[in-house]
Ligand binder design. Structure first.
Ligand SMILES: *[C@@H]1O[C@H](CO)[C@@H](O)[C@H](O)[C@H]1NC(C)=O
Ligand SMILES: *[C@@H]1O[C@H](CO)[C@@H](O)[C@H](O)[C@H]1NC(C)=O
Ligand SMILES: *[C@@H]1O[C@H](CO)[C@@H](O)[C@H](O)[C@H]1NC(C)=O
Ligand SMILES: *[C@@H]1O[C@H](CO)[C@@H](O)[C@H](O)[C@H]1NC(C)=O
Ligand SMILES: *[C@@H]1O[C@H](CO)[C@@H](O)[C@H](O)[C@H]1NC(C)=O
Ligand SMILES: *[C@@H]1O[C@H](CO)[C@@H](O)[C@H](O)[C@H]1NC(C)=O
Ligand SMILES: *[C@@H]1O[C@H](CO)[C@@H](O)[C@H](O)[C@H]1NC(C)=O
Ligand SMILES: *[C@@H]1O[C@H](CO)[C@@H](O)[C@H](O)[C@H]1NC(C)=O
Ligand SMILES: *[C@@H]1O[C@H](CO)[C@@H](O)[C@H](O)[C@H]1NC(C)=O
Length: 760
């Protein structure tokens, strides 16, 4: 039963699509890149050329093999994300296509992993000062969300008081099943859906909701986290009660539904990105990703390159495969990669003992629990049959701390059906249990000892429980969640990923009211708001904050906005200590887990210096990765002669690999990084560098002082990292800080030295 419950939670967390179908004559969908300059003049447009190319393949194939009707079929013609199309092709057709004039490359279609009332306050957002008023709450910034669709009737899409849709907007609102284009408004300004790729994979499929309407909840939740408007008295069955709102309550939302209950394919996702570019979004939010692909094989990396060329900021999720290293996806140098942290909020219950003493613990039971007293007993909680004999009592279990022991105890109590379970555990990761379908709470050892002591000292121990409590000010917070995926990046190890951490744990946001959110015993419960966890929830927080920056600085490049977010982020939690990692025994979090730090919207508004990067810089990076001309063209869509290859992107973070297993003892290696910083503060300023000591590593910065005469001045510096060629530690890290005289700006970058090597 507990396993069942875990499964439900993880469907929400990561939206893994288990879509199995029988392939038609082994045809598969391919995304095909073409060289438009090879298009014969006879064809008026690219689509007619692609159709003719596909028709010629079929003819050849039929002549050669004498087989029955081939299945070649154009799925989408793309305008921005690639020069080319997607089509359903048999292996023979694909081979023939490779010899067709203008063919550049092809990628097989894949399925994709999809990875509040309070988070705005935790991030320090305030209506009277800082990023909200300065950006006018993100007014007129358009956020495109690629997801499962939207529930347009949600209060979070209320457009009361919003001005007219910006005239630059070219998007639309599609009719469809249970979706009328009149459902869009001044907040939800666009809604479209993309499923031709899904249908090409399975022509007989019945799409249960053929419209932008959300049947899974994920898209409603992520889009309202980024930019929902104010909804009073929002809560999850009384937990997290308050006024819900997104990070950029003034921004507009356009939903691009490309993830379907029936499956999620890259052909549809990049069609959605293509349309979002055409429609004129300013920011793209994608809580999804593909694991372990090279940049030129990853359709999302390729499509987002086109978005960056159009100055669109792209925010993505790191994935939920932590705490192992090298699990991160979207480690793409031109996007923001967001890790998930906790907030200073917990949900729970209070256990009041017969002696009037009480303890608080974690809980998220959504049902109504009797206010009366129950007998309370201690039990080993090993056997459901033994527990059942105890009947309607509150059962207290002590977790022996073995692998899976809490799971087993939880399971037993659930099966036994006692009045409630009280679980004493040192396990810091009880989130998968607290949403369980029976009354359960989780106590720390010291509170558990209080309860056990009371039970021992009384002949007739009794207790009552009160659920639906929200505790604020949880310490320490934020912490890095254990599930957030860790770097280094598979596709581009030389760029440190993730970039930043944002709240992702138990985030309250809008939810379709017809989708069950919890179970109590066998009954499904419904709610207009739901609490979800995952990097899917962290990503839209960063999206919303990026929209605020875009509102404040419309002409900043995506790299400048990312730099501002990263260099101003927080390293210190609310106890004054370095942010800790739940997935690493609460040790200080490494930049491979949380990136530069925890997002701080108000500080990001005034970063002092930025590390900018242009499209050309990304091309030079691709050259530095030694990609072939074709691989580079697949990403950039243009020919590049790689006159200036450089792995060393002008990025606001540093990662150096010291993994030479053949190195002689005591041999040292120096890795150098060139950086250019731009003064975005007003007037002249002088910045001084400091570097925190890093175990086993020597870091130098030259020069260590930068004098800027005026705004937009640029200065260069070199950072050198010297360490043993084979570093002793897996990961050593520290920080470079540029601080201006007068101390108004602190521009901080993480530095990682690691002995990991990416196995490909
Ligand atoms: C093609 O198929 C037809 C009908 O089955 C058959 O008569 C013909 O001999 C075949 N031709 C070749 C080249 O295999
Ligand atoms: C917002 O800022 C004002 C002025 O600095 C302050 O008085 C108020 O307490 C802040 N509100 C919150 C919710 O922090
Ligand atoms: C949607 O349907 C309505 C009513 O049938 C029609 O008036 C409207 O033009 C349609 N909109 C689109 C975008 O197709
Ligand atoms: C869409 O909404 C409009 C306005 O409410 C209504 O007139 C129209 O009949 C609706 N169309 C459909 C297809 O439901
Ligand atoms: C699709 O349906 C048609 C007609 O019912 C059937 O002949 C065909 O085998 C089906 N294809 C698949 C892939 O199920
Ligand atoms: C809990 O009680 C409230 C108020 O009486 C009621 O609306 C709700 O349906 C109850 N919840 C359950 C799960 O029975
Ligand atoms: C839980 O932690 C406490 C304090 O660190 C320790 O005394 C106790 O033995 C631990 N219990 C288990 C079951 O690991
Ligand atoms: C690219 O090739 C050069 C020359 O062979 C080599 O020195 C460099 O290490 C390679 N870079 C990568 C990222 O493999
Ligand atoms: C490479 O491209 C750059 C910029 O387009 C150009 O200036 C340069 O001459 C080219 N070099 C070669 C060797 O073609």
């Amino acid at each position: 039963m507990a396993a069942d419950h875990t499964k439900i939670l993880f469907v929400w967390l990561s939206f893994i699509v288990p879509f199995i179908f029988t392939k038609l004559a082994e045809a598969d969908n391919y995304i095909v890149q073409m060289d438009l300059s090879a298009k014969p003049k006879a064809f008026s447009g690219q689509q007619s050329w692609y159709l003719a190319t596909l028709a010629s393949l079929s003819a050849n194939w039929r002549a050669n093999t004498n087989a029955t009707i081939p299945s070649s079929k154009l799925i989408y013609t793309y305008n921005h994300v690639i020069q080319g199309f997607s089509a359903s092709l048999t292996p023979a057709e694909l081979e023939a296509l490779k010899n067709a004039p203008g063919y550049v490359s092809s990628i097989r279609d894949r399925t994709v992993k999809v990875d509040t009332t309070h988070s705005f306050k935790f991030l320090g957002l305030n209506s009277s000062t800082g990023a909200w008023p300065v950006s006018n709450f993100g007014k007129d910034v358009i956020i495109g969300v690629i997801d499962t669709g939207v529930w347009p009737e949600s209060g979070s899409f209320n457009d009361n008081g919003m001005t007219d849709v910006p005239s630059k907007w070219k998007g639309g609102c599609e009719n469809g099943t249970q979706f009328n284009s009149s459902l869009c408004n001044k907040k939800l300004i666009g809604a479209r859906s993309f499923n031709k790729g899904l249908i090409a994979h399975n022509p007989n499929i019945t799409i249960s909701m053929n419209s932008p309407r959300d049947t899974e909840g994920h898209g409603t939740h992520t889009s309202t986290t980024a930019a929902g408007t104010y909804v009073q008295d929002a809560s999850y069955f009384g937990y997290a009660m308050g006024t819900a709102r997104g990070m950029a309550p003034g921004a507009r939302v356009a939903m691009y539904k490309a993830l379907w209950e029936e499956g999620a394919y890259t052909t549809d996702i990049i069609a959605a990105i293509d349309q979002a570019i055409t429609d004129g979004v300013d920011v793209l939010s994608m809580s999804l990703g593909l694991d372990e692909l090279e940049l030129y094989e990853d359709p999302i990396a390729i499509a987002t390159f086109a978005a960056i060329e159009k100055n669109i900021f792209v925010s993505t999720s790191a994935g939920n495969e932590g705490p192992d290293v090298e699990t991160l996806h979207n480690g793409t140098p031109w996007v923001l990669t967001v890790a998930a942290g906790t907030m200073d909020r917990e949900f729970g219950a209070t256990l009041t003992l017969g002696n009037k003493g009480s303890v608080d613990g974690l809980a998220l039971f959504p049902g109504n629990f009797s206010a009366s007293q129950f007998p309370i007993v201690f039990d080993a909680c090993e056997k459901a049959s033994e527990l059942r004999k105890l009947g309607q009592k509150i059962v207290v279990c002590q977790d022996p701390g073995k692998e899976g022991s809490l799971n087993d105890q939880f399971n037993s109590v659930q099966v036994a059906g006692n009045a409630a379970g009280v679980f004493i555990t040192n396990n810091s990761d009880v989130e998968v249990f607290i949403q369980g379908p029976f009354p359960a709470m989780f106590l720390e050892q010291k509170d558990g000892d209080t309860v056990l002591d009371y039970i021992k000292r009384n002949i007739d121990p009794k207790a009552s429980m009160e659920f639906k409590k929200t505790f604020l000010g949880t310490k320490p917070s934020p912490t890095v969640t254990s599930y957030t995926s860790r770097g280094p990046s598979y596709s581009c190890p030389s760029v440190l990923k993730p970039d930043i951490m944002a709240p992702g744990d138990l985030v309250l946001a809008a939810w379709p009211p017809n989708l069950g959110v919890a179970r109590v015993n066998e009954d499904l419960l419904f709610s207009n708001f739901n609490l979800l966890s995952g990097t899917s929830m962290a990503c839209p927080h960063a999206t919303g904050v990026a929209a605020l920056l875009k509102g404040a600085y419309p002409y900043w490049s995506p790299a400048a906005i990312r730099s501002a977010l990263m260099t101003t982020s927080d390293l210190i939690d609310n106890t004054g200590s370095p942010i800790k990692d739940t997935g690493d025994n609460l040790r200080p979090a490494s930049p491979l887990a949380m990136g530069a730090g925890h997002i701080n919207p108000n500080k990001a508004l005034d970063p002092g210096l930025i590390y900018d990067a242009t499209v050309e810089d990304y091309v030079n990076l691709l050259c530095g990765l030694n990609f072939t001309a074709e691989q580079i063209k697949t990403i950039t869509k243009s020919s590049n002669n790689c006159s200036n290859p450089a792995l060393d992107l002008n990025y606001p973070s540093f990662i150096a690999f010291f993994n030479d297993r053949d190195a002689k003892r005591n041999s040292k290696t120096v890795k150098e990084f060139q950086r250019t910083v731009t003064n975005v503060g007003e007037g002249s300023s002088t910045y001084k560098a400091t570097v925190t000591p890093i175990n086993g590593v020597k870091v130098t910065v030259e020069p260590d002082q930068l004098v800027f005469k005026e705004k937009n001045d640029k200065k260069n510096f070199k950072l050198s990292v010297e360490a043993p060629s084979q570093l002793d530690e897996a990961v050593s890290f520290g920080y470079l800080t540029w601080e201006d005289i007068g101390g108004k700006h602190v521009v901080r970058s993480p530095i990682v030295a690691t002995s990991y090597s990416i196995e490909k």
